[in-house]
Design a protein around this ligand. Structure first.
Ligand code: SAM
Length: 240
């Protein structure tokens, strides 16, 4: 998968790409990430990327020309899925991350200031994505969130590929609780079943705990989940 990022502050993104899972998947050839500075596609001597808004008002707007020129050059195959990061976009969820991870080529456009000229959104952008209902000062951190979330679902990113599929949201449930050594920390004991070595019982316990946790914290997720009678009984008990 190829992932190109267009940003005014590439240095926000670049160091994170050299760390942990992101570095590993790139080294393994599963993902290529290029972070470009939008100023590289400016043509004036000041390398201007922004301008005042028509109609007046506060704040600057990213000019259309550098973004059109950059996407034209990066998307020579014309098959890229072009994402504009914006708080007005569709909310990023795990199913959306998984859908994006199937693309061959993604271009992420990071806004700054008041945003981008509307014609970029009308003409170039395939989808607009928000990472949450709050406003960041730029799209770079949002792009990094998307890159990280995509990277960890790509085959080969995690040591144990299965573990991504056990995470919260990958199966409509939040993840179950986790414990490591010591078995007794200042009187707080690890549940007995996890020490038993009985794999079926451990699996069952984890599923029940994931159900209970989801019912307590994110009951909305259960609306998408086809509950068995046994699972329903567990959830009703939690509600009581
Ligand atoms: N005027 C814009 C609005 O109200 O919709 C907000 C502009 S914001 C200050 C600057 C840039 O940060 C945006 O163009 C976008 O690229 C990025 N951004 C801010 N919040 C974001 C979010 N929640 N998700 C994704 N990108 C965001």
């Amino acid at each position: 998968m190829k992932l190109d990022v267009l940003a005014l502050f590439p240095d926000i993104i670049a160091p994170a790409l050299q760390t942990g899972i992101l570095k590993r998947i790139q080294d393994a050839g599963g993902l290529t990430v290029n972070v470009y500075n939008l100023r590289d596609w400016t043509t004036d001597k000041h390398k201007s990327v922004d301008d005042y808004p028509y109609g007046g008002g506060a704040g600057m707007i990213l000019k259309p020309e550098p973004i059109f020129a950059a996407t034209k050059e990066l998307n020579v195959e014309s098959d890229a899925h072009i994402v504009f990061l914006t708080p007005q976009g569709i909310p990023l969820t795990q199913p959306l991350v998984e859908a994006l991870s199937l693309e061959n080529h993604l271009i992420l456009i990071c806004g700054r200031y008041k945003g981008v000229d509307e014609r970029v959104r009308q003409k170039i952008v395939t989808s607009e994505i928000s990472i949450g209902d709050y406003v960041l000062s730029g799209g770079e951190i949002a792009a990094l969130v998307i890159i990280d979330a995509i990277a960890r679902v790509l085959p080969g990113a995690l040591g144990d590929f299965e573990s991504a599929h056990e995470d919260s949201f990958s199966k409509e449930l939040l993840d179950h609780p986790h414990y490591t050594r010591p078995a007794d920390y200042e009187g707080m004991k690890v549940p007995e079943v996890l020490l038993s070595g009985h794999h079926d019982n451990i699996k069952k316990w984890r599923h029940v705990e994931a159900l209970k946790r989801t019912a307590q914290r994110r009951p909305d997720l259960l609306q998408e989940y086809d509950l068995t009678d046994e699972e329903l009984a567990i959830i009703n008990k939690v509600k009581q």
